[in-house]
Ligand binder design. Structure first.
Ligand code: NAD
Length: 491
């Protein structure tokens, strides 16, 4: 019998009020790992009230004291690094190396947030008029929360969590119901190793009902969402209609452009890692490769070979280069979209459908797939697939390629492969995306840069991580002061 997961509310592990529980499965083996509660809004309401009760004491705790808890968190994450990475692989299906990579970025965000005593400092101007001073101070906004997707169970909450609490806000995490075990482990570490006041850091499981309760609860002041575009749009509009700050990161359809002068060996290796790494389930995965002029033939042959030779299997097994997709529904949806591409006239150059992995017959595997001759206006060229599928499009000029990039619905990432500084500069300047890679395939910002997309990849203003997070999790107050000499005792 597998475990029924509990929420972490007010400093304690609390049984959910849910009547419905979903199985959490290992996507490679089909083994049931645990059961996750799917409550109505009551659990979230309980956490919101505990957070509100904790707020005043936490905001009055000096920032230098607050970040001591981040040092403890970093130490706990470091000491349990391999155990957490293994849970990520077991519940999410990616390789162990990929799981470790995401925890490195999670920890990096904790490290950057340790600078918050300096990062949330305000500004002062003396003598804006004679004897009058003006200052801008930053104060925490109040109870905050985040809603996470399935593809980075360890990392994504950390784009927000360490900044929110270091700025003096209580914070509630709502993990993806598909992969709740990683956060469960991290909150065990929070419970055992940190000395946070009860209610400052909480976790509530669930799906839409927990999200809706977060969007509607009046004490929750700011929400960070990461997931698909339709849900991001919904979270943004309902949350802002309720007067909350919302930053909502959505889906993607990331193009990479290959010019004829690109270093082809390097480009193909990087493009394959971008398209097939994490089984294509990265918001910064390459999904379309646009080849310009002579680049087409060489790139097509080489990427097909790279796709066909990539070793797919269980992420815990040695030598595996690509794991599963998240579940069977996802595998069926991806295979349906590959068929859609074929129906639209694309050539399925490498076909990853109906993958059989010996010893894992029950696994949710789709192998690397390459579609060539894709119609730039077809559905397969425009729809987010979120699987290991790369569509190839051939154009004649860099202008045609940039027009394709800028004609898309999304704007999360766009990359260019070239040895021309002029072309690189033109692309950086003109491409409409929040993250640009030049001879880079996954242009993921370090924790000390802001992270988010443009267009339908993002709803809001301030992005995740670093200085943007500090601005999102604080509100400014401007004070103008006059202290006439005649009012004061003379010394
Ligand atoms: P999802 O939108 O299905 O779910 C995300 C979260 O929203 C989950 O916690 C889920 O419980 C909740 N949710 C789902 N449906 C809801 C609804 N109708 N109402 C309220 N809440 C709901 O996304 P996913 O499948 O978990 O993740 C994959 C998506 O996330 C992809 O589209 C990917 O591009 C995107 N993503 C974007 C970024 C980014 O930085 N822009 C990063 C990672 C993933």
């Amino acid at each position: 019998m597998s475990d029924k997961l509990r929420n972490y509310i007010n400093g304690e592990w609390v049984a959910s009020s849910a009547e419905i529980y979903l199985d959490v499965e290992n996507p490679a083996t089909g083994e049931v790992l645990a059961q996750v509660p799917m409550p109505d809004g009551k659990d979230m309401d309980q956490a919101a009230e505990a957070a509100q009760a904790a707020f005043d004491g936490w905001r009055r705790t000096p920032a230098g004291t607050r970040i001591q808890e981040l040092f403890k968190l970093k130490r706990a994450l470091d000491e349990n690094f391999d155990a957490i990475a293994e849970i990520i692989t077991i519940e999410c299906g990616k390789t162990l190396a990929e799981a470790r990579g995401e925890m490195i970025r999670a920890i990096e965000n904790v490290e950057v947030a340790c600078g918050i005593p300096r990062m949330m400092q305000g500004d002062v101007s003396e003598d804006i008029a004679r004897g009058i001073d003006e200052m801008m101070i930053r104060q925490p906004v109040g109870v905050c929360g985040c809603i996470a997707p399935f593809n980075f169970p360890g990392m994504i909450s950390f784009w927000f969590l360490p900044y929110a609490i270091a700025c003096g806000n209580p914070f509630i995490v709502k993990p993806s119901e598909k992969v709740p075990l990683t956060m469960q482990k991290i909150f065990q570490l929070v419970d055992e190793h940190l000395d946070l006041p009860a209610g400052v850091l909480q976790m509530v499981h669930g799906g839409k009902e927990s999200v809706d309760a977060m969007l509607d609860h009046p004490v929750i002041r700011a929400i960070s969402f990461v997931g698909s575009t339709p849900v991001a749009r919904y979270v943004y509009s309902r949350g802002t209609a309720n007067g909350k700050r919302v930053q909502a990161q959505g889906g993607a359809k990331n193009p990479i452009i290959v010019l004829p002068d690109a270093d082809m060996d390097m480009t193909v290796k990087i493009a394959a890692d971008s398209a097939f790494g994490c089984a294509g389930q990265r918001c910064l995965a390459a999904s379309v490769a646009v080849t310009v002029g002579d680049a087409g033939k060489t790139f097509t042959d080489a990427i097909a070979e790279a796709a066909a030779s990539r070793v797919t299997g269980y992420g815990l097994d040695a030598g595996v280069q690509m794991g599963t997709v998240v579940d069977k529904n996802s595998a069926a949806r991806i295979e349906g979209l590959i068929q859609k591409g074929a129906d639209e006239g694309a050539n399925v150059l490498v076909d990853g459908r109906n993958a059989q992995i010996s010893g894992y017959e029950n696994g949710s595997f789709v192998k690397p797939t390459v579609l060539s001759g894709v119609n730039p206006s077809g559905e397969i060229a425009r729809t987010e697939i979120f699987g290991p599928v790369l569509s190839l499009i051939q154009v004649n000029t860099i202008e045609d390629a940039i027009a394709f990039v800028n004609g898309g619905q999304y704007g999360n990432m766009a990359c260019l492969f070239t040895q021309s500084g002029y072309a690189a500069r033109k692309f950086r300047y003109e491409a409409q995306a929040g993250n640009i890679g030049i001879n880079i395939g996954v242009a993921a910002p370090m924790a000390y840069f802001p992270f988010s997309g443009w267009k339908d990849s993002f709803f809001g203003t301030l992005h995740g991580q670093s200085g943007h997070a500090v601005e999102f999790f604080t509100q400014t107050k401007v004070v103008v002061e006059r202290w006439p000499k005649e009012w004061s005792r003379q010394f």
